[in-house]
Design a protein around this ligand. Structure first.
Ligand SMILES: CC(C)(COP(=O)(O)OP(=O)(O)OC[C@H]1O[C@@H](n2cnc3c(N)ncnc32)[C@H](O)[C@@H]1OP(=O)(O)O)[C@@H](O)C(=O)NCCC(=O)NCCS
Length: 441
């Protein structure tokens, strides 16, 4: 653990000094102009954040510290006999910068195993909720219950020196990531498996142990979890879960409070909840058409019906991406390798052929291509995980890797309280008439 922390500190010291210098030399340089429409329309295209862990290209998709998903599938360490990357490796890449070795990855697996203890009151808090409570709500409440363990919060109350914020944040981030699989698996087994819980297996990697605690021993499912936890981990800084974690963290709320905020955002249907919406939509289509494998013509008609009811086609479109999401492609490759004959997976591929031309024909959809959520559910169903309400929790466990690595950077670089300027339409009208000015505080 000490070694990871030391390397993180050394790396952030270097980058911190570079930022200081470049702001001194170029701090007043303009990087863009803001149009009125952008202010009203979700701040799309406004560059206003720094997030070191990953960068999204509209056409090429996500790159983690410069590496694409296909590159990482080759270069990151795997489990013995496995072919999918271990998410521990991606975390180290995001946190420190370079590609980790197998030994470094194994060391992190052991660190997280040692720190994975979840206190009983967290389970008691989950048990106090009605069983029907959505798994994401249970997840967020459990994270809040875990906040009693925050070292940042305790040390801050005791008078923490500013220069030590990063270290308490780092420790909380490590503890929280280590504990999340146990919490998530507990919610799953409680809600869907009669409360028959499964103890952790200390011989498994982080994602493999998560699969085990969920109750899936199939090596294929473990491989899927390793891939799933890797590809959902981060999508640069402006998406709702990353931005919410960063924003709340900027108030010096501890990592538990900040991450819970991010997870509340992930629970929205335009963000992480879309993965449950996709499979629900496909199940409903199959039910209505009374077939396991609808034809492309039938899918086309069903998509048109969905649109005519004023609904979005879940799993399609993106605020930034303008091509097929490489995270979709990675899952498609996994499907081709492990389950090419599965009718649900084939339906996902048929939907992929049917939807883009229809969305393009609407003329307003900026990206008619599938995103990560269009595929994930079908792979999970293949291994028997049919409880789609739970899928966003899997996404959340994975997302912890990116947003908490970023939060460590935020504290190490001493990023200040985030506080953009907002305006009123009344002010806009006066500004347009030349009666008032709009400027930042
Ligand atoms: C992801 C998403 C929220 C991005 O929103 P956005 O940046 O505002 O997207 P656009 O600029 O392309 O939206 C322009 C119009 O196209 C519509 N549109 C975008 N994606 C659509 C989809 N999959 N199905 C139907 N209509 C869609 C929007 O609703 C909007 O319509 P409006 O002007 O009538 O309000 C949007 O594509 C969406 O709702 N997708 C489905 C949900 C989903 O898969 N979410 C997971 C994202 S990873």
């Amino acid at each position: 653990m000490g070694e990871i922390k030391d390397r993180f500190k050394a790396e952030t010291d270097i980058v911190g000094a570079e930022i200081k210098q470049l702001l001194k030399e170029h701090g007043t340089k303009k990087i863009g102009e803001v149009q009125l429409s952008q202010v009203y329309q979700g701040m799309r295209g406004i560059t206003g954040l720094v997030s070191e862990t990953s960068l999204l290209d509209a056409n090429d998709g996500i790159r983690f510290r410069g590496y694409s998903i296909p590159e990482l599938q080759v270069k990151l360490p795997k489990s013995e006999g496995g072919s999918e990357p271990l998410p521990e490796g991606l975390f180290l890449l995001m946190l420190i910068g370079g590609l980790p070795t197998s030994d470094e990855v194994q060391n992190l697996t052991s660190v997280w195993q040692r720190r994975s203890h979840v206190p009983n009151h967290v389970f008691a808090t989950i048990e106090a909720l009605p069983i029907a409570t959505h798994p994401m709500t249970q997840f967020v409440i459990a994270i809040m219950a875990l906040q009693t363990e925050s070292q940042f919060s305790r040390k801050y109350a005791g008078g923490l020196n500013k220069k030590d914020y990063w270290e308490a944040t780092f420790d909380d981030a490590m503890d929280l990531i280590a504990r999340l699989p146990r919490v998530a698996a507990y919610i799953y087994r409680r809600k869907y498996k009669n409360g028959e819980h499964i103890q952790p297996n200390g011989l498994l990697d982080w994602a493999g142990n998560f699969a085990h605690m969920l109750g899936y021993e199939d090596e294929g499912f473990m491989e899927l979890m390793r891939l799933y936890m890797t590809i959902h981990a981060d999508h640069e800084g402006g998406n709702v879960s990353a931005h919410a974690t960063h924003l709340v963290g900027s108030a010096l709320s501890d990592p538990y409070l900040s991450f819970a905020a991010g997870m509340n955002g992930l629970a929205g249907p335009l963000h992480g909840l879309a993965n449950q919406e996709v499979i629900k939509w496909i199940f409903e289509m199959r039910e209505e058409l009374k077939t396991e494998l609808p034809t492309k013509e039938q899918i086309t008609e069903y998509v048109k019906k969905t649109l005519s009811e004023g609904k979005v086609v879940p799993g399609y479109g993106h605020a930034v991406l303008r091509k097929t999401d490489p995270r979709f492609t990675a899952q498609m490759e996994f499907g081709k390798k492990h389950m090419p004959e599965d009718p649900l997976v084939q339906t996902v591929w048929n939907v992929y052929e049917a939807v883009p031309p229809i969305l393009k024909s609407l003329g307003k959809v900026k990206n008619p291509w599938p995103n990560v959520d269009a595929h994930s559910g079908a792979l999970l169903v293949h291994y028997g995980m049919v409880e789609y309400d739970f899928y966003t929790v899997l996404f959340g466990v994975s997302r912890s890797l990116g947003v908490l690595a970023s939060l460590c950077w935020d504290r190490a670089l001493s990023f200040p309280l985030e506080r953009p300027k907002s305006i009123t339409t009344d002010l806009v009208k006066k500004w347009l008439k030349g009666e008032e000015e709009i400027w930042g505080e």
